[in-house]
Design a protein around this ligand. Structure first.
Ligand code: HEC
Ligand code: HEC
Ligand code: HEC
Ligand code: HEC
Length: 117
């Protein structure tokens, strides 16, 4: 009986951490971040909604050299400058706008456990 109660407390504690908003804030989709920064659909979907959004569109506002410098001291590895593509890895391999972003490097290198906004 005692064991069960403790188990329940641990469970509800875990649940309240989950619902406290800390987790939710970290998982904010980029579409929200960009909307809050004042972007509209047409800023990325330049010609029409069916067009693929290319990396060059991202580069109209984000600079690859500046990005590489800003994450140069990343404790895992620099996501914006690497052995394979230097500073020109396609942003969309890692960052997604309308669904959760992913860790492209981790699909081959387990040691690079990057958390991608
Ligand atoms: C910052 C750039 C950006 C903005 C702003 C943006 N999108 Fe996208 N959108 C993308 C990218 C990149 C993709 C390709 C999928 C991916 O990697 O997220 C995409 C894909 C899509 C797709 C294809 C299906 C899917 O979900 O992958 C739809 C539909 C879409 N966007 C609708 C919208 C609408 C509606 C808006 C405005 C409310 C919008 N987008 C604003 C970058 C953007
Ligand atoms: C029209 C300009 C514009 C375009 C195009 C654009 N962005 Fe952004 N992006 C911004 C602004 C503004 C911010 C917010 C900066 C801030 O508040 O720190 C931002 C923020 C971000 C962030 C930071 C999110 C965070 O949590 O720190 C990422 C990642 C990002 N953009 C990726 C992309 C990608 C990938 C593309 C191309 C699909 C793209 N952006 C296209 C203007 C743009
Ligand atoms: C290999 C995966 C990967 C690729 C490719 C990638 N990023 Fe990132 N990006 C990350 C990760 C991981 C972070 C979080 C870094 C941190 O924790 O400090 C990040 C952070 C960011 C930020 C917020 C931090 C800052 O310095 O302002 C922006 C903006 C951004 N990326 C834009 C881009 C753009 C634009 C591209 C394409 C030119 C791109 N990223 C390519 C993984 C990636
Ligand atoms: C499709 C699988 C794949 C992906 C995705 C990938 N790599 Fe690699 N990577 C390899 C292979 C295979 C090697 C060994 C061959 C070589 O040295 O080029 C390697 C070697 C490396 C090395 C040198 C050896 C080491 O382990 O230290 C680094 C650093 C590296 N990759 C970083 C990255 C980063 C950062 C990313 C994400 C932007 C990435 N890789 C994405 C397959 C991949």
């Amino acid at each position: 009986m005692k064991k069960l109660t403790l188990h329940k407390i641990v469970l509800s504690l875990a649940f309240s951490i989950f619902t406290s908003g800390v987790v939710a804030a970290e998982a904010q989709l980029l579409e929200v971040t960009h909307k809050n920064a004042g972007l509209v659909c047409k800023d990325c979907h330049v010609k029409n909604m069916k067009d693929n959004v290319r990396m060059t569109t991202c580069l109209e506002c984000h600079d690859t050299t500046e990005l590489a410098n800003s994450t140069a001291d990343h404790p895992v590895t620099n996501p914006h400058k690497n052995r394979h593509f230097d500073t020109e890895t396609n942003c969309n391999y890692c960052h997604h706008q309308h669904k959760e972003s992913e860790n492209y490097c981790g699909s081959c290198h387990l040691k690079f456990d990057l958390v991608t906004p």
